[in-house]
Design a protein around this ligand. Sequence first.
Ligand code: FDA
Length: 310
Amino acid sequence: MIDQIYRKAVLTVAGNQKVEELARARMWPLAQRFVAGEDISSAVQAVKELEQDGIQGNLDLLGEFIDSPARCTEFADNVIRLIEAAHQAGITPYVSIKLSSVGQGKQDAGEDLGLKNARRIIGKASEYGGFVCLDMEDHPRTDITLQQFRTLVGEFGNQHVGTVLQSYLYRSLQDRAGLDDLHPNIRMVKGAYLEPETVAYPDKSDVDQNYRRLVYAHLKAGHYTNVATHDEQIIDDVKRFVLAHGIPRDQFEFQMLYGIRRDLQKELAQEGYRVRAYIPYGRDWYAYFSRRIAETPRNAAFVVQGMLKG
Ligand code: FDA
């Protein structure tokens, strides 16, 4: 409950336009701990550096709730440029996209613009043997995102497209089971948005318990599972679970956010687990940065200290 109150307070303050203006001016040096840079070359460079420690990258061009259709298509063009740049740098492209930023919910010649742009992006990634993960956003988008995921797996195959389920939503266990026929590649997360009690568990202990249930069910079903958390207890439990159930190491990977628990990321890679860091980059870093602050007071303290230093 306290987690919910803290998260709500941070996200409400962060959403204030004056706070945003001030923050944008002052916080970029601090945001760089969590964001690889503002352009493609810094994103590609970040992947190369992580690869030296045996950690793979998952690139994410920042931008969400983009309003005009033209800007959504321009955003998709930029993701395609990113995929090309990664391929040219010798990296198998692995990117994440938010369907809202490429036009989900906007019609274009009788079809959803988000779906059309996602097709172009996944088409390009699959040309290079790459992968695109459809991030999960706030709950009004869950149904449409899962439907579009189903369509896209049908067109490109589950080796080129995956999506995300959030353990804070009551519905996720059922959603997971409903996708089984696709043998889907799913990233399991706890969930980062401010959601009402009508749809999401208010208590963290329930979110954590549901997280384990989701991961275990997906692993047991034999599908590729991305265990995306920094929660060490859960990570240890998953290690024990896979050992006990004879689940091979190439059926799952641990995923964490760029700049968070780098020590743990390296440690897991050294132990021979697959590890991937989610690497955001781009000029539109503010909303992403606010969610990281909302996740833990420790990060808020880091920002306040940084601002006081000047
Ligand atoms: P939890 O919040 O319980 O934290 C466990 C421990 O990890 C904490 O005690 C702390 O030590 C450490 N920790 C966690 N967050 C930290 C932070 N920001 N800074 C420093 N330490 C931190 N969400 C979503 O809604 N849709 C999505 O598509 C995605 N995608 C995604 C991809 C990847 C690769 C990751 C890792 C996460 C996401 N998320 C997400 C975010 C996710 O929902 C969640 O908000 C964060 O991962 C934080 O939750 P944890 O699972 O780490 O646990």
